[in-house]
Design a protein around this ligand. Sequence first.
Ligand SMILES: NC(=O)c1ccc[n+]([C@@H]2O[C@H](COP(=O)([O-])OP(=O)(O)OC[C@H]3O[C@@H](n4cnc5c(N)ncnc54)[C@H](O)[C@@H]3O)[C@@H](O)[C@H]2O)c1
Length: 336
Amino acid sequence: MLSKHAERKNRLPLRIAHIGAGEWSRYAHGPALERLAAQSVVSLELICDLQIERARQFRDLFRYRLASDNIHASLAEARPDVIVCTVQPAATAALVKSLLPLGIPLFIEKPPGVSLAEATSLAAASIVANVPTFVAFNRRSIPSIVRLKQWAAQHAVRFARVEMLRTNRLEPDFAIATGIHVLDALRFLMGDPNSIAVTPYLRDNSAACDYSVRLVFPNSAVAEISMMLNTGLRRESYFLSAQGATAEAVLGSAYSSPLCYQGDREWSEERIVSENPLANDPQIDGGFIGEYEAFFRALAESEPSPCSLSDAARSMQLAEAVLTRYSGPLPPLPFS
Ligand SMILES: NC(=O)c1ccc[n+]([C@@H]2O[C@H](COP(=O)([O-])OP(=O)(O)OC[C@H]3O[C@@H](n4cnc5c(N)ncnc54)[C@H](O)[C@@H]3O)[C@@H](O)[C@H]2O)c1
């Protein structure tokens, strides 16, 4: 099946059908896809939203060919090579399940459903359908996180500290809807942990809470994560430490307040030995162009997706553990 998809590699632009014209798509996916269309990497055939007026405005803003409120009724006209799903998390599982049997590669916003049960069921369905899938954990394509991963490949990381600090985000499902990003990014940087310990910090009059999370990896390395929902600032930072050396990255403006340090740097002998500022291009610094390029590259080269539904289900396992305040070993998933 992969080789069938690889036949498309000499047939750029890839025809895109895009489902979900919401707020995040306006900020991230519309502009990224519009830029890739200007480079003839994609052609924007269809934007679909249940709210047809939203779809029409999105079509006009980012120059899609068609707008519709029914994806299945529009496929014959759009003839997509790739379908992009950026609907709200509660709608993702049913939509993706209806699309997998079409055999068309799927690019899917995170999280892959709203629970581990949905994520594993989607992963299993994608294996049966043998369809390439890519879950858009954009941190994996943010240049400073990519450099951190290169650093981690050259150093034996013993300890990591990650902070996800937000403001006015007292959402009961925060761990799965948003916190999943830092858990996935740690898996990307350090591999799969063996065990998790979750300490919730309950708030008065709110079903939401802050979390302190500790992950232990097979080589005994440890990661500590603070997820704090209402701090008065916004910052997302990653700190990796090895023997006598440290590397850190703080994400750009979508994820960190303007006065925070933003970029990545490496330390040794208490001095900064390497430093990279942001590109000052939100599409690059946010990883939005990079995540499409990563998926299209895998399709063109018949490589497995670097972030398939099967892989993403493992990040959901961690996120659900945080949400349910589970501490203990992390059992392997059925398809791992
Ligand atoms: N990577 C990040 O940092 C980040 C940040 C914010 C949101 N997100 C993700 O982006 C996704 C979209 O978020 P949003 O804020 O744009 O959501 P939104 O609620 O603003 O928009 C979702 C849209 O999808 C449409 N929709 C739902 N089911 C549909 C269907 N079957 N067919 C056609 N249209 C359908 C809805 O009508 C709605 O307009 C979510 O999965 C969210 O987790 C990612």
